[in-house]
Write a protein of this length. Structure first.
Length: 456
């Protein structure tokens, strides 16, 4: 919508995390807390998104710059942390002339769904409210601001735990810290907020009573579970959020036609995409930016991070990182596919083999106990058991180039830089230091001699 704006408050100290890292940069389900919130608001079409930063602002703004390549975010610095109301007030100088609706969220609520925010906005507009608080019903409301309603059902104020009297403490309707405001009314009310409370902070929640007293309609609506609006304050809550997001992801994948044999031992990050009829077997971790195609078998005991995997590929008992794995490929058991590797269609990398920064063309096989690093291997090449590319001289890395249909016998050392022409046969046990022209047979090993054995 063209008159909707957003603010994320993320300047707070996050003391209970006991961390050198700013709280909003802690990760759940593979993504920073603040990225979850930004991702959620990004689905609500808006004119501009402001993020208030303060604690660890250098690190946070660096992270926002990264995200800024895709989403237009305007960081706003709150130099001193004087409370949530003061944090929001910092946005005023950039938004004072704007008209419309403002959605405010906290940077530590990664579980909120975009549908909930859309519903909140719709409710706010439909009811012609000047402030709508997303509330929740909490079995144990301790610590939260309580929603105090008047006889007509409107919200007269929000009382923080520390200021609440005994009766108010019994209220179970709590403030989620997520709001929709009319922009002009908000700026008027926000400048009237005082810090006359026990924490000497400017509470954002005080704008509700100010608006209400000035005759503006203030409302609260409970649209979701207490779980969804959970704010992360410590590591225990971080782990709890991880579990919830993980289950959500697994349910989404299963609903889309992916088999997850054992959800309790399967960890899949939020941004992972997996195609239909792929089976994820137990003890598997899929993290970061990963896209897996259809009809694959992943696991058991496998870790895949930041990689592409095509269709009909199997990866078992293996670790794949930052690699591009195409179709009909078999990896493992017990293989390590390292960054910069491209495995083209029908390749096999098996039992205890490692491949690093190498392109392996169609139909080639590296089946047993090999190390292939900084290499380009053509089509239909067979790499015998125990073959090693000697790519490092202690200072520099060198490339090995093997053309199509080469047969490398077992236990061969390829001392790079070295080039092997098409259809060459390298005899088992060779140490190859010189280039080999196409169609040759090369043997580079000591000749076997047999002598008469002296009797003792
Ligand atoms: C706040 C609400 C409370 C609500 C709860 C929901 C206030 C006064 N209270 O309490 O009613 O039930 O959230 O989780 O808002 N922040 C800044 N700068 C500051 C202070 C805070 O940017 O100077 C940001 C924090 O990063 C955080 C948000 O504002 O994202 C809320 O602040 P926090 O101190 O966590 O408030 P709560 O005590 O959780
Ligand atoms: Ca909080």
């Amino acid at each position: 919508m063209n008159n909707v704006y957003g603010v994320i408050l993320g300047a707070g100290e996050g003391t209970r995390m006991k961390s050198c890292l700013p709280k909003v940069l802690h990760k759940v389900a593979g993504k920073e807390l603040i990225s979850h919130v930004i991702g959620c608001l990004n689905h609500v079409k808006m004119q501009k998104l402001f993020v208030v930063i303060g604690n660890g602002s250098e690190l946070v703004s660096k992270h926002l710059e990264e995200l800024n390549k895709k989403i237009n975010i305007a960081p706003v610095l709150q130099e001193k942390r004087l409370g949530s109301g003061h944090a929001l007030l910092q946005v005023k100088k950039y938004a004072a002339g704007l008209k419309g609706h403002l959605i405010v969220m906290c940077g530590d609520t990664p579980l909120v769904k975009q549908t909930t925010i859309k519903q909140l906005l719709r409710y706010h507009i439909k009811n012609k409210n000047f402030a709508t608080v997303l509330s929740g019903i909490a079995e144990n409301p301790y610590g939260y601001g309580r929603i105090v309603r008047n006889s007509s059902g409107n919200v007269s104020c929000i009382v923080e735990e520390k200021s609440a009297d005994a009766e108010q403490k019994l209220i179970k309707e709590i403030n989620s810290g997520i709001y929709c405001f009319d922009l002009q009314a908000l700026w008027q009310a926000l400048s009237k907020v005082k810090n006359n409370n026990s924490k000497k902070e400017y509470y954002l929640t005080d704008v509700i009573s100010i608006l209400n007293k000035s005759g503006y309609k203030t409302d609260a609506v409970s649209l979701t579970t207490e779980e969804e609006i959970l704010g992360i304050n410590d590591r225990k809550q971080l782990a709890y959020a991880e579990k919830i997001l993980r289950n959500r992801k697994l349910e989404e994948l299963m609903a889309g036609g992916v088999t997850v044999t054992d959800p309790s031992s399967t960890y899949i990050d939020n941004d992972v995409i997996i195609g239909q009829d792929t089976v994820i077997k137990p003890n598997t971790l899929i993290e970061g930016k990963v896209k897996i195609g259809k009809n694959c078998i992943i696991g058991p005991n496998t870790c895949i991070s930041d990689s592409l995997i095509g269709d009909n590929t199997a990866v078992l008992y293996s670790y794949v990182e930052k690699a591009d794995i195409r179709n009909n490929i078999k990896i493992g058991p017990f293989s390590h596919i390292r960054p910069g590797t491209v495995l083209k269609d029908n390749v096999k990398v098996g039992n205890f083999s490692e491949v690093k920064k190498s392109v392996i063309d169609q139909g080639s096989k590296i089946n047993h106990l090999s190390y292939i690093g900084d290499a380009a291997i053509g089509k239909g090449v067979n790499i015998g058991a125990g073959t090693i590319t000697c790519n490092y001289d202690g200072t520099k890395k060198y490339r090995t180039i093997i053309h199509d249909d080469v047969f490398v016998g077992s236990n061969v050392n390829l001392v790079a830089p070295v080039k092997i022409g098409k259809k060459v046969l390298i005899a088992a046990g060779s140490t190859i230091t010189e280039n080999v022209l196409p169609n040759k047979l090369t043997i580079a090993r000591a000749r076997q001699i047999i002598k008469v054995r002296k009797k003792k």
